[in-house]
Design a protein around this ligand. Structure first.
Ligand code: IPD
Ligand code: CA
Ligand code: CA
Ligand code: CA
Length: 275
């Protein structure tokens, strides 16, 4: 077990180093002021040359060190590596989370590196370069921001909670057009504050450090959630699916909350909404 932990410490140092270097690439490209932006599935789904360059940089570095490991990355994903399906250590990378923000020169973007071993998420690093914050966690090692321990808030009432979520953009939610209506009916009017930063990873880090009390969203992918899952749970937070089931990184919905009491209230309000 000692040997296993040592390995995880090594992986953590590698991931922190790579995420920070990638974060600096975000800053540099923003400073430069122009980059190529392309449309993926629709006009609200963008990829820039920087997404692709950062993913290549992270994967090249990891593959050189760990050629026997597996890799899942948003910009190089294909049908055979979309899901967590192997027992070998599997790196899960979102090179820029918040590409829309990045493309608009908004600072709410981050680099996310997660690691699963035997299909269990055990490591997460999220670098938010414009905030100057690097969040990190390994299983049973607590969560940290810039090396200092972080912890979720103790708020367990919706009325006192600052809630992060996102307003679905329509293209992505053809089967659930009432998500936004449900959101407003059950949460928006009742919580203390409601925010949409437009980056799943940044939102999860805010929950982990107690700067938000809930983040919830559906239509997410494994690379949006992998690192943040480890950071939030190691910071003492609770994560389940939007319908209150056990969190499954291969399924795209989550509620990340300071505690299970608050998560359950969100599940119930959302489910019982008349909309
Ligand atoms: C997106 C962001 C956004 C979330 C989307 C994701 P991307 O990731 O996390 O906050 O609402 O579902 O796709 O595409 O910017 O990496
Ligand atoms: Ca994307
Ligand atoms: Ca993402
Ligand atoms: Ca991305």
């Amino acid at each position: 077990r000692f040997q296993k932990m040592e390995k995880l410490d090594e992986y953590l140092n590698v991931a922190i180093d790579l995420a920070k270097q990638a974060g600096q690439m975000i800053i540099e490209w923003h400073r430069k002021g122009s980059f190529e932006v392309n449309i993926k599935s629709n006009v609200k789904d963008l990829v820039t040359e920087v997404d692709v360059k950062i993913e290549r940089f992270i994967f090249d570095s990891l593959k050189q060190r760990y050629p026997e490991h597996r890799f899942i990355g948003e910009e190089s994903v294909n049908d055979s590596n979309k899901y967590l399906a192997w027992d070998e250590p599997t790196w899960i990378v979102d090179p820029i989370d918040g590409t829309m923000n990045f493309a608009h020169f908004s600072p709410w973007c981050s680099v996310s590196i997660g690691l699963a071993i035997k299909q269990k998420l055990v490591l997460g690093v999220i670098d938010c370069p414009h905030l100057g914050r690097t969040y990190s966690a390994i299983k049973d090692g607590g969560a940290h921001c810039n090396g200092k321990p972080i912890h979720v808030s103790s708020i367990n009432e919706v009325e006192k909670a600052l809630i992060q979520t996102e307003i679905p953009v329509g293209f992505k939610f053809p089967k659930s057009p009432n998500f936004a209506d449900k959101l407003f009916d059950s949460i928006y009017w009742k919580c203390q504050g409601f925010r949409c930063v437009g980056s799943c990873c940044v939102s999860l880090c805010l929950v982990a450090e107690g700067a938000a009390d809930v983040y919830f969203m559906h239509g997410l992918k494994i690379w949006d959630m992998a690192a943040g899952y480890v950071i939030v749970t190691e910071a003492g937070g609770f994560i389940c699916s939007i319908s209150g089931e056990n969190f499954d990184p291969n399924k795209g919905s989550l509620i990340a909350a300071s505690n299970s009491v608050l998560a359950t209230k969100i599940v119930e309000r959302f489910r019982d909404s008349k909309q």
